[in-house]
Write a protein that binds this ligand. Structure first.
Ligand code: NAG
Ligand code: NAG
Length: 495
């Protein structure tokens, strides 16, 4: 009897050892080259550049484009980024993209190695542009490019002959969400350049505070003033209060001025009931997590930061997201990968803020106690899914791994390059390339697409834009995430 029990115990121990060995094998087999993915995630931004490209441009199939942007309003609005697979410059998501790139550098820049320089360049490409877009006091340029004209054509940015209409918000036609998000982007970026280019940093910060005052003093949504130019494309769905508080939070972080702190605490109640949202439109969870760092042990932001975590973790009783059978996080709204990257970013940042604070570092989801390391584990699951650990065995980052999207919904990527085909391709001629069953001729390296459906399947079809289109705001949070995993992998076992 005793012998049998011994034997059972030995077998059980052997099994555990065997399983651990197998898990290690799996971990090695599934481990990713986060450094390579980081480099590529930044290359993508070079592919999205508008304006006059510098000699250092590394995605060389792209050329100068939109060199007269702003001309209709006698302004210089050359530069900035195309938001996605089209050629419109939507400043609202562009500003959020910039804020997230800057936040990524502030949290994880020390892990970026030689890519830190490229991350700064990616940010500066936007901030140089936002300085132009806010150069006149009382005016914020909010968008360039008529979205209907643009979306009806399949043209390379270099060939564009669609209306490059410039849209502005002003005192009489305010747009507090776009203005405040630009202020947030400038304030966050000012810290990125602080130890590197002090004069530029100060310029960004001064502009951030001026634009914030404008956004706050002349309140209104750009949905009203700009109407069909911005809706339904980047319609502000939940008002501008969150952007005003978000901008004040970044200005507080950059200046330490009590004015901004008081602004946040005076107004936070107006957005306090929303805790689970974060993306180009909703800043709520970002505000809670950004500010929790300053007052981790107070009841000011911590409860909402914890509620956010509990809305995401798969095992949480108060979860409000869903997961595909393969483990990808899903939320309402197209371009799902934006949620997976933005929410993962917040989980990692929050985990690091919590780490090392003893008992108060535990997050409670009802009766569940969650260690900070669990947040990292969930985020890693999302990144690994994106890079190929999924039922389709597919990387959703172009140019990473062997199997990745070949038919992304992206004009520049799908049309022949200027080098290959210097002749103009007009609005209608582009359609045959759109409909072609040939893969895209130009690799938009590093682009992460909208991703698979809730059942983990992916069609890889240009026409299926909610799944096959890359966007700057899918990629922006991933830059910091990849830098983090590049640094920790191999140092600690985080499962
Ligand atoms: C996913 O699979 C379920 C069950 O087979 C099915 O009912 C649902 O329509 C599928 N969803 C999509 C988006 O394909
Ligand atoms: C793929 O295409 C099929 C048929 O057109 C469609 O039913 C399905 O929803 C698509 N799946 C994805 C992931 O887009």
């Amino acid at each position: 009897m005793i012998m049998v029990m011994r034997m059972r115990k030995v077998v059980r121990i052997l099994l555990v050892v065997l399983m651990n060995v197998m898990m290690m094998v799996v971990n090695v087999a599934n481990s990713h080259d986060y450094g390579e993915a980081l480099t590529k995630s930044l290359l993508f931004f070079e592919g999205q550049r508008s304006g006059r490209l510098p000699p250092s441009q590394r995605i060389t199939w792209r050329k100068d484009s939109a060199l007269l942007d702003g001309y209709d309003l006698h302004a210089d609005l050359v530069g900035g980024y195309y938001d996605a697979g089209d050629n419109v410059k939507f400043h609202f998501p562009m500003a959020y993209t910039t804020t997230m790139l800057a936040w990524g550098v502030l949290e994880f820049g020390e892990f970026m190695g030689s890519d830190l320089q490229h991350a700064r360049e990616a940010i500066r490409w936007a901030t140089d542009y936002f300085l132009k877009a806010t150069s006149i006091p009382g005016v914020v340029y909010a968008q360039v490019g008529d979205p209907y004209g643009d979306h009806n054509c399949w043209e390379r940015p270099e060939d564009m002959d669609t209306p490059r209409t410039t849209y502005a918000v002003t005192e009489n036609k305010p747009g507090s969400e776009v203005s405040a998000e630009i202020a947030a982007a400038l304030a966050a970026s000012s810290m990125v350049f602080y130890g590197f280019d002090r004069r530029y940093s100060q310029l960004l910060l001064r502009r951030a505070s001026r634009v914030f005052l404008f956004a706050d003093k002349f309140r209104g949504s750009y949905n009203d003033g700009l109407g069909p130019a911005v809706c339904p494309f980047y319609c502000s769905g939940n008002g501008y209060q969150d952007e005003l508080i978000w901008a004040a939070a970044w200005l507080h972080k950059a200046t330490k001025a009590t004015y901004y702190w008081n602004y946040v605490t005076r107004n936070i109640h107006s957005v306090d009931s929303v805790f689970a949202e974060f993306g180009w439109d909703a800043k709520h969870a970002g505000i809670s997590i950004l500010l929790s760092k300053f007052v981790l042990d107070s009841s000011l932001f911590r409860p909402n930061a914890d509620k956010f975590v509990c809305s995401v973790l798969p095992e949480s009783p108060t979860k409000s997201v869903t997961y595909s059978p393969g483990g990808l996080l899903f939320k309402q709204g197209g371009s799902n990968m934006q949620h997976a990257t933005a929410l993962s970013f917040l989980l990692i940042v929050y985990s690091r803020y919590l780490h090392g604070h003893g008992n108060i570092s535990i997050v409670h989801c009802d009766n569940f106690a969650v260690e900070p390391s669990r947040l990292i584990q969930v985020a890693k699951g999302q990144v690994d899914y994106i890079l190929g650990n999924n039922p389709s065995g597919m990387s959703y980052m172009v140019g990473y791994g062997n199997k990745f999207p070949r038919y992304i919904h992206h004009r520049g990527s799908s049309l022949p390059s200027i080098d290959q085909h210097p002749e103009h391709i007009n609005c209608d001629e582009g359609r045959s390339y759109f409909a072609s069953n040939q893969p895209n001729p130009n690799l938009l390296i590093g682009a992460i697409v909208g991703g698979p459906d809730i059942n983990d399947s992916y069609n890889d079809s240009r026409a299926d834009f909610t799944h096959s289109e890359p966007t700057t705001y899918i990629n922006a949070p991933v830059v910091g995430i990849l830098a983090y995993f590049k640094s920790v992998m191999g140092k600690v076992e985080i499962g």
